[in-house]
Design a protein around this ligand. Structure first.
Ligand code: MG
Length: 94
């Protein structure tokens, strides 16, 4: 399953559950809440076992927004990676 297929499957499940938000701003706030949960799993020297699950929550919230807004997130990610590579280090190599 590619990333767009995952986005669609997740979107349809969230829709079935009746959990979609009315605005993109609300949906983005929920991404931020998941980032907060991930932060809480990193408060000790090493991240907890739940850290990976919280990272997954962040990704799923982002994919949900992407599918809803008809964004080809796989293309966006690949395009952005290529753009970053073209930009080079921009003076940040140690
Ligand atoms: Mg979570």
């Amino acid at each position: 399953m590619n990333i767009n297929e995952i986005a669609k499957q997740n979107y349809l499940w969230v829709e079935k559950m009746g959990w979609h938000n009315k605005t993109t701003l609300e949906a983005l706030a929920l991404v931020a809440s998941e980032v907060g949960e991930a932060i809480n799993e990193c408060r000790n020297e090493k991240p907890t076992q739940a850290f990976g699950e919280e990272l997954a929550d962040i990704i799923l919230r982002v994919l949900d927004i992407a599918y809803w807004q008809d964004i080809n997130i796989e293309k966006e990610v690949l395009d952005k990676m290529a753009k970053n590579e073209r930009r080079g280090s921009r003076g940040r190599i140690k």
